[in-house]
Design a binder for this molecule. Structure first.
Ligand code: CP
Length: 304
């Protein structure tokens, strides 16, 4: 079993992972040696703080070992993915990769004889969504019928939230004036529409009014944020998205918890006062990346 997105997971399996993450959070000793002798290869083509740290610490706390592999320092950079992964999967027990292209991740999954975890590509960010759903379940005690509003660009995080929410009974409304075309997955959106739990809108004020969670993410993908070649597009996006910033004015009639997958761009998608407000669960959400990484690893390595 791989975790590229949630398409291959049943609702029950996804709920099991979320519940295992909550259980692992409060019973770390129970899992201290479960992955004794196991190794996780973590391959990165892009930068990361949370995904790298959470998976590496998860492996350590489960009794295993993680290798950080910068794509550029390996022969993945010059050889065929298929050949390199055929080799790698003979020496490690699991692979987690953050790649630019989902197609390369799919190629990895096809070549690998061990589970492959998507550590975020242009289409999906499933390990983030597990931590998000876990955080929501911790706050509300259930996911069924909970209302989440995502405000920002329609991107990889948005896709995985739509998929994760609609599989677990969460009502998700998206307010996405920008659609990142490389993230488009019509099949995922069609499946979400069929559940009746997914509603896109541009009426941001109405959307947040009865939301229980309001979630945002960067308007500009991490690899472009500081790229001078992207400056014009960045300026255009900031102008278009500023009316959708999560700030005191937008949230004045809402009692929703505030979520953000981080890294945060203060003053862009969210104001500093909202990040620091009593309704912000952003740092709990980021802490939960560790427990969700544990639950994902335990599931894929068949420990429950
Ligand atoms: N949210 C998230 O994936 O964080 P990193 O980019 O720091 O890994």
């Amino acid at each position: 079993m791989h975790l590229i997105n949630f398409k291959e997971l049943s609702s029950q399996q996804l709920m099991e992972i979320i519940d295992k993450a909550i259980e692992a959070k409060f019973n770390p000793e129970k899992y201290r040696t479960v992955l004794n002798g196991k190794s996780l290869a973590m391959i990165f083509q892009k930068t990361s703080t949370r995904t790298r740290v959470s998976f590496e610490v998860a492996m350590t706390q489960l009794g295993g070992h993680a290798l950080f592999i910068d794509w550029r320092t390996t022969n993945l950079a010059l050889a065929d993915i298929h050949d390199e992964i055929r080799y790698l999967s003979r020496n490690v027990d699991c692979i987690m990769a953050r790649l630019m292209k989902n197609a390369d991740l799919q190629a990895m999954a096809k070549a690998s004889r061990v589970p492959v975890i998507n550590g975020c590509d242009e289409k999906y960010h499933p390990s983030q969504a597990v931590a998000d759903l876990m955080t929501m379940k911790e706050k509300k005690g259930t996911l069924k019928g909970v209302k989440l509003v995502y405000i920002g660009a329609h991107n990889n995080v948005c896709n995985s939230l739509i998929e994760g929410c609609t599989k677990t009974g969460v009502k998700i409304t998206t307010v996405t004036p920008i659609f990142n075309e490389p993230s488009r997955d019509e099949e995922l959106l069609e499946n979400a529409r069929k559940t009746g739990l997914y509603e896109p809108t541009l009426n941001v004020k109405k959307a947040v009014k009865d939301a229980e969670f309001v979630y945002t993410d960067t308007w500009i993908d991490m690899e472009f944020f500081q790229d001078p070649k992207y400056a014009e597009e960045k300026e255009k996006r900031v102008k278009l998205m500023m009316p959708y910033q999560i700030n005191k004015e937008l949230m004045k009639r809402s009692n929703a918890y505030i979520m953000h997958d981080m890294p945060i761009h203060r003053g862009y998608e969210i104001s500093s006062d909202i990040i620091e407000s009593s309704k912000s669960v952003i740092y709990e959400q980021s802490e939960n990346r560790l427990y969700s990484a544990k639950a994902i690893l335990l599931k894929l390595l068949q420990k429950y």
